[in-house]
Ligand binder design. Structure first.
Ligand code: ADE
Length: 227
């Protein structure tokens, strides 16, 4: 979401490069930080509904267009997520997941079951995680902000530490392109809390985006990036 990107654009004085590709809605911003060229990509605004373009489908198409245009050495998916109080999570926690899967893709046929679930390993980021004060574990992605009882059962089976709407789709796309992917996520809401997810999400969005921006600045200057 642009709200997640703007504090990073401001902190790092990123300049607009325009659209990622002529037929894309995604916008790119760039600068050199600590000797590295960095490009931040937002998914853009939907032309019909005039809201941010979110979710796994847009995440994969934006990722593919960004890989084709910028050929990065490393991708980092930055954004908010839901956490799990049953697994020690709290609002404002920072996550650098160790692996990514999908909790809402279910195909009960051997082979397809595993393909649909996905299971994508992030490169080793133990030192970076310690430097940033982030937790690891599995991030599970799906197309919905809320979670049905069946989603919840699968999230528990996966022992997910965070839930988002993009990371696993980007992980699949980056894996296919053989580009390593890290994710940096900050918790806005707790999946296993009775409050409606959208209420907690909207209340905590600003503080989470500010934590993401300061953590992104630290990540960009880190000597612990996996490359
Ligand atoms: N982003 C922030 N909170 C989320 C949640 N609970 N599920 C999916 N994406 C999120």
């Amino acid at each position: 979401m642009r709200a997640e990107a703007q504090p990073i654009i401001d902190r790092e004085s990123l300049h607009a490069l325009g659209l990622v590709a002529p037929n894309s809605f995604a916008h790119a911003f760039a600068n050199t930080v600590a000797g590295r060229t960095i490009v931040l990509v937002t998914h853009g605004t939907d032309p019909l509904h005039h809201c941010d373009r979110i979710g796994p489908i847009v995440a994969a198409t934006t990722c593919a267009a960004s890989l084709a245009r910028f050929a990065p050495r490393l991708m980092v998916n930055i954004g908010t997520c839901g956490g799990f109080r049953s697994r020690g999570g709290a609002i404002g926690d920072l996550h650098v997941p160790q692996r990514f899967a999908f909790h809402d893709q279910r195909v009960p046929i051997p082979g397809f079951r595993e393909f649909a679930r996905g299971m994508f390993e992030a490169p080793n980021a133990d030192a970076l995680r310690a430097e940033l004060g982030a937790v690891g574990g599995l991030c599970s992605s799906g197309g919905s902000l809320d979670a049905t009882p069946q989603d919840r059962a699968i999230l528990d089976e996966l022992e997910a530490r965070c839930k988002d709407m993009e990371a696993a789709a980007i992980a699949l796309t980056a894996r296919d392109a053989r580009v390593p992917l890290l994710a940096l996520k900050c918790v806005t809401d707790l999946v296993d809390h009775p409050e409606a997810v959208q209420d907690a999400f909207l209340r905590n969005l600003r503080s989470a985006t500010l934590r993401l921006a300061t953590s992104t600045s630290a990540l960009l200057r880190s000597n612990n990036l996996p490359w």
